[in-house]
Design a protein around this ligand. Sequence first.
Ligand SMILES: Nc1nc2c(ncn2[C@@H]2O[C@H](COP(=O)(O)OP(=O)(O)OP(=O)(O)O)[C@@H](O)[C@H]2O)c(=O)[nH]1
Ligand SMILES: [Mg+2]
Ligand SMILES: [Zn+2]
Length: 308
Amino acid sequence: MKERADSYAAALWQMSQINCGKVIKAVGGCYVVSINGEQTKCFAQKKVKYFYDNIAVGDNVEVIKQQDVFVINKILPRKNNLIRPAVANVDEVYIVLSVLPEPDFILADKVIINCNKQNIPVSLVINKLDITDSDFIKKVKEQYKSEVDGIYPVSSINAQGIEALINSVTDKTVCLCGQSAVGKTSILNAVLPGLNKQTGDLSIKTEKGKHTTRHNEIHALKNGGFIVDTAGFSLFDVLDIKADELSLYFNSFYQLSKDCRYNMCTHTAEPDCAVKKAVEQNLLDRQRYQRYLDIFEQLKTREKERFE
Ligand SMILES: Nc1nc2c(ncn2[C@@H]2O[C@H](COP(=O)(O)OP(=O)(O)OP(=O)(O)O)[C@@H](O)[C@H]2O)c(=O)[nH]1
Ligand SMILES: [Mg+2]
Ligand SMILES: [Zn+2]
């Protein structure tokens, strides 16, 4: 009898030992949680799966021990939650671009819009400097210098720019995101020599990436920063915003809009539009303006479909 009471008390005691940690990797139903610097394999309690849509890498969680199994009991409030890649609590998003595969600028634009909407700072990393001519870098800088916090040209192969990138991550959690094969994992390997995470070639036929990284994962740097390596993606929707508010998320357009004739100018068909004028005068990049119009149309179509 006493033995049973003792083991019951021990089980209760164990359950009351709540540890807080951060999810650094999620594979299937299994989560690796960093608790006081130690990596612990955990499962999720049913109620957690029920109450929250998902447990994301970056989530701060409470973990309890049930018998010999560690179980996530609760997700602590999130500072933010990216949908793609699915990562929570990031301090900044770094969009990685490279000259090869062919950059998908509309994807970058959409990531920037969503980050602006969620108040998440966003920067650009131009990787593969070793095979990039200065025109490409100039073109990217011209289009994005007023839209992002920083632009970091790097080469993961010859380590150019890697030191500056590391310094920029100090004490922050930074999420690398972008198309497959732009070199997100290669950058991480350059930042953390010895890590040797798997990287993948481009497909010779399509010149596109092969989606080598399948799972998002957080890695600690010595300077107190964290880098999240994520799976590449190419399809992406902007968040639920109205077409008419789109230009609020294009910083350079927003700054010019005070000179538009109409207060609520959408910079599409209105006369005396300062944004259109700036495009005509080559002060704003024409291609980026065209992408704005394309996203504007997509949002309008989405709005119409809702009312039909
Ligand atoms: N020339 C050059 N090639 C690079 C550089 N960085 C990465 N690569 C090559 O780009 C290819 C893709 O690299 P990854 O690091 O796997 O790309 P990723 O963005 O992680 O791709 P996914 O995991 O599929 O999303 C590999 O063949 C790398 O060797 C670089 O700085 N210069
Ligand atoms: Mg990768
Ligand atoms: Zn306008």
